[in-house]
Design a protein around this ligand. Structure first.
Ligand code: DGL
Length: 421
């Protein structure tokens, strides 16, 4: 049984309802709980958990799986021809049924989003899932994780601090890494003197997390205040996924988003005093997949004299995924939690999970394709802890056609590990 929560009583932490659930079900048998006993002893053999609002975070997993920025034997920086995480196992969760996370803030449901994010973390810590065929009860053979990578910019913006605080209260020694801090650190490696553009979801931009984190990261490194312009897109992630409800092509959507970004930059500095946009932070999981289309859009817009002064001739791109992979490596090494070659693991292979609408729940308003209707999705309040969505194994077969194409064509390391059925 967990001890009493660690807050003094002056102010309840966010997620107090989940704390009570975790304390009441320390065997991890109930939804939104985990088995306390899993976190005793050496954790290095456990897999690394990675989660996102959907399949976009697989871009971050691809970056982790393919990173070769360190010598595996002595941890020195530099490539050694071996993937840095070659001995690790991974466990991925995509909360596909509740996405897009980027639109909860606009719908005034930030607190519900924060609860969803804590539930994602609890899933990774626990053993419980459904097999997607037998709905009579959950299974409990999923291993817990030794680290949580928040592979979603929006979830990092709204949930990183909550997860860090919650794992402290739950007394779980997991490493927690989010894409935003890592991406901001990536900026330290660029020589750019121009302005910084952040392209992200509307939710991530509303949170202000990137400007805040970039300024503090660069400030700590003595780099002074930089000019940052951000622009949220409510549609680009969905268009990249091939969402049938969107009619625009990727180049059309990208052209519109880039134009709005540059217009925002120009409007903030109408006298031309601002430096042109030079470093572009791809602050959404999906955007690195269309980096070349984004650069074409900037180049095209720059040919128009009305925009040219606000766009640098050469743009540099920061993909937070790669920097997240580096930060994860460093933190595992620091905590001496890397898995040794050939070490026994509770999981032989990587495992992938996805949320789906709970087929045995009524009172859930659905779209004709069986997904959650927006009225229901954005009408929920935190604190009820109902299982309106459940988590099942993700396979090549279960992925929607557009997602399957995206992963098979653009993320080969992930695709090769994803089971067929
Ligand atoms: N994964 C989200 C992000 O990186 C984009 C998709 C969503 O809005 O859920 O912000």
């Amino acid at each position: 049984m967990l001890g009493l929560p660690l807050w003094s009583g002056a102010e309840e932490p966010f997620g107090a309802g989940l704390d009570a659930r975790v304390a009441a079900h320390s065997d991890g048998k109930a939804a939104f709980s985990f088995n306390r006993e899993s976190y005793r002893g050496d954790l290095s053999q456990l897999p690394i958990g990675v989660f996102d609002s959907g399949i976009g975070g697989l871009t971050v997993l691809e970056a982790i799986l393919t990173l070769d920025a360190f010598h595996n034997d002595d941890l020195k920086p530099g490539a050694d021809g071996r993937p840095d995480f070659e001995d690790e196992r991974f466990l991925y969760l995509g909360d596909q049924a509740n996405m897009p996370y980027g639109n909860y803030a606009k719908a005034g449901r930030t607190d519900y989003l924060r609860e969803l994010i804590l539930k994602d973390a609890l899933f990774l810590l626990g053993n419980r899932y459904f097999d997607g065929r037998d709905w009579s009860g959950p299974r409990f053979d999923k291993p817990p994780v030794k680290a949580i990578v928040i592979a979603c910019n929006t979830a990092t913006a709204y949930g990183l601090d909550d997860i860090k605080a919650a794992v402290k209260r739950w007394d779980v020694p997991v490493i927690v890494v989010g894409v935003v801090e890592a991406g901001a650190r990536g900026l330290l490696e660029t020589e750019s003197t121009g302005a910084i553009a952040v392209m992200a979801t509307v939710g991530t931009c509303d949170s202000g997390v990137y400007p805040r984190t970039i300024q503090s990261t660069l400030g700590r490194a003595g780099r002074g205040v930089v000019t940052i312009t951000q622009q949220g897109s409510a549609d680009l992630a969905a268009v990249i996924e091939g969402d049938p409800s969107r009619s625009q092509s990727v180049p059309e959507q990208v052209a519109g988003d880039v134009r709005r970004l540059v217009e925002t930059h120009r409007a903030a500095h109408p006298d031309g005093s601002a430096k042109p946009l030079e470093t572009i932070v791809l602050g959404c999981t999906h955007f690195p997949l269309v980096k070349s289309e984004i650069d074409v859009a900037f180049a095209t817009l720059r040919r128009d004299p009305a925009f040219a002064p606000w766009i640098a001739e050469q743009r540099r791109y920061v993909d937070p995924a790669e920097w997240t992979a580096r930060q994860l490596f460093r933190e595992l090494a620091l905590a001496k939690r890397r898995r040794g070659p050939g070490a026994p693991s509770p999981v032989a292979e990587d495992r992938f999970f996805l949320s789906v609408v709970n087929p045995v729940r009524s009172n859930v308003k659905l779209n004709p394709d069986g997904s959650l209707h927006d009225d229901y999705k954005y009408g929920r309040d935190p604190g009820h802890l109902v299982e309106d969505t459940v988590i099942v194994p993700m396979t090549r077969t279960i992925l929607p056609e557009s997602g399957r194409r995206l992963v098979s064509e653009k993320l080969p390391a992930v695709w090769s590990r994803l089971p067929d059925r």
